[in-house]
Design a protein around this ligand. Structure first.
Ligand code: CS2
Length: 507
């Protein structure tokens, strides 16, 4: 195809772009929206338009709209906005919000074009309109995938950290940039309008994500307006939810596969595993037929959330740090080694499982299914991505369960090794041969500690345990924990992860 680019140059492009105009030309093998996309009106405002949102809530919503097929689609389109970068708006606006989800399973590749994103914006450039949107009676639900780091929490209290730089910046700025500033600013607009506020549905991997966000929003509002804070607490629903679908960052291969399957160019395809799960706490008010799309509405999300966070996300972290030290690159690379797969299973069943709340769930089957999902050869889930921001993720995914196990006198050697692997990974100086870089807001501090301690495991462990904003006040004071962690760090430094894991499994 030839396309005119600018006024004077001719550009050769491989295929015309995906858009409403080309939607009818998709091959039959590609699944397309089963409704009139152009007629779909937004009823959901989404904040944080990343890969996970597009592979998860946007797909559930597509199925939900299809389940209600009528003359016109029900008004559950999504108006999505990115807080940090305009890249998604720039890629998706020319495509009328359409993009491809490539489902990569052990049995091959399937492609689906998703049509639920009816608007894609970039918050810093649309701010007054974005905040006003919270007061738009058509918007019934606000969803968020902004990462737990954007909640600006104090890890020891789980509440807003008022001295967090993003909070301070937004309080002084004419218009907010962070998720909490946008949320509270938008809720203030909803309150001023006198109408019924939207339901706020957090889709973050956090324990009690709705409850936590509600408290953070109230704490944030109370910094300037007590009445707004209590109105948020009384008038706005924040249901908890558990979300799950493994979604790696998009790659060139995804773009090439999408183009080959669609015969059209898609600037923003994403790949994901076939599995997807969404468990949502019941709430009042209208909603898409997410239940018809496979989501579950339940009175209490806690049992699902605990097993997902502790087994899936907790083990992901253990795999990421041990695998990175072993020179591996992806989750699938790590669990392809029987040693690490056995370690993961033992960690889940012997250490994380005993800390889960009582439920009817078959945890052994869940753990085995997780191993299968991680083995999926089509999903190149980078260890650097899974392990990033570990300083904030350790507490809910590993440390809470560890404290419970230590207090109950239950085994915790796998957890200690996972934490020791984190210590070794994030305090080492990055070298040119490292396959993985672990980004972390505390990376600078951690590397300095590593530099000062050299190969002295006790000095290193003591220095890291000083970080109360990671470990809290209580755990480092447990003598048995400090000694065991020091031993595990020393062992990893001397023998490397494979020998240490082999010795652990032999016991
Ligand atoms: C991962 C999650 O990066 C991480 O922290 O553990 O993104 C994980 O892949 C998802 O929660 C799966 O639903």
């Amino acid at each position: 195809y030839l396309r005119l680019a600018g006024s004077s140059s001719l550009q050769v492009t491989a295929a015309p772009p995906l858009s409403l105009a080309t939607l009818d030309y998709l091959p039959r093998a590609v699944r397309r929206p089963g409704f009139d996309v152009a007629a779909l009106r937004p009823g959901i405002l989404h904040i944080g338009c990343g890969a996970f949102h597009r592979a998860h809530q946007a797909v559930f919503t597509q199925r939900a709209i299809e389940a209600e097929a009528g003359a016109a689609p029900p008004p559950w389109g999504i108006a999505a906005t990115s807080l940090q970068r305009p890249a998604m708006r720039d890629a998706l606006q020319p495509q009328d919000g359409l993009y491809t989800v490539l489902e990569r399973g052990p049995d091959g590749l399937r492609a689906e074009v998703v049509g639920t994103l009816r608007e894609v914006g970039f918050a810093p450039e649309d701010m007054p309109a974005l905040l006003a949107r919270f007061a738009d009676p058509a918007i019934r639900i606000v969803t968020l995938t902004v990462t737990s780091a954007a909640y600006c929490l104090d890890p020891t209290t789980g509440r807003l950290c008022p001295s967090h730089p993003d909070v301070r910046r937004d309080l002084l700025a004419a218009s907010p940039r962070g998720a909490l500033g946008v949320l509270v600013g938008g809720l203030a607009a909803a309150r001023a309008s006198g109408g019924r506020p939207p339901v706020v549905l957090s889709c973050e991997n956090l324990p009690g994500n709705g409850r936590t966000l509600r408290q953070a929003a109230m704490d944030y509002a109370a910094l300037t307006d007590d009445r707004l804070a209590s109105w948020i607490g009384c008038a706005v629903q924040f249901p908890n939810s558990m979300v799950d679908r493994i979604t790696p960052a998009a790659t060139e291969l995804d773009r090439a596969d999408a183009a080959a399957m669609l015969g059209l160019a898609d600037a923003a395809p994403i790949a994901a595993e076939p599995f997807r799960q969404w468990v949502i706490e019941n709430f009042d008010g209208p909603r898409p037929r997410w239940d018809a799309a496979g989501a579950e509405f339940v009175p209490d999300v806690a049992p699902w959330e605990a097993s997902k966070l502790r087994l899936l996300n907790g083990t992901h972290m253990a795999i990421a740090y041990l695998g990175a030290l072993a020179g591996l690159r992806t989750v699938a690379d790590v669990v392809a080694e029987p040693l690490f797969a056995e370690f993961a299973l033992r960690f889940m069943l012997q250490e994380q499982k005993p800390t889960l709340p009582p439920s009817q769930h078959d945890i052994d089957a869940y753990a085995r299914q997780l191993l299968e999902r991680w083995r999926n050869p089509g999903i190149a889930h980078e260890l650097g991505r899974v392990g990033r921001n570990g300083s904030g993720k350790l507490q809910p995914r590993l440390l809470t369960a560890l404290r419970e196990n230590l207090q109950a006198g239950r085994p915790a050697t796998c957890t200690l090794l996972a934490i020791a692997a984190w210590v070794c990974c994030v305090t080492r100086q990055p070298g040119p041969e490292d396959a993985v870089e672990m980004q972390d807001p505390m990376a600078g501090r951690l590397r300095l500690l590593g530099l000062a301690a050299g190969n002295d495991a006790a000095r290193l462990t003591d220095a890291v345990l000083e970080m109360e904003d990671v470990f809290g006040p209580e755990l480092p004071r447990l003598g048995s924990f400090r000694a065991a962690l020091t031993a595990a760090v020393a062992d990893l430094q001397c023998r490397g992860p494979r020998a240490v894991v082999a010795a652990l499994l032999a016991n």
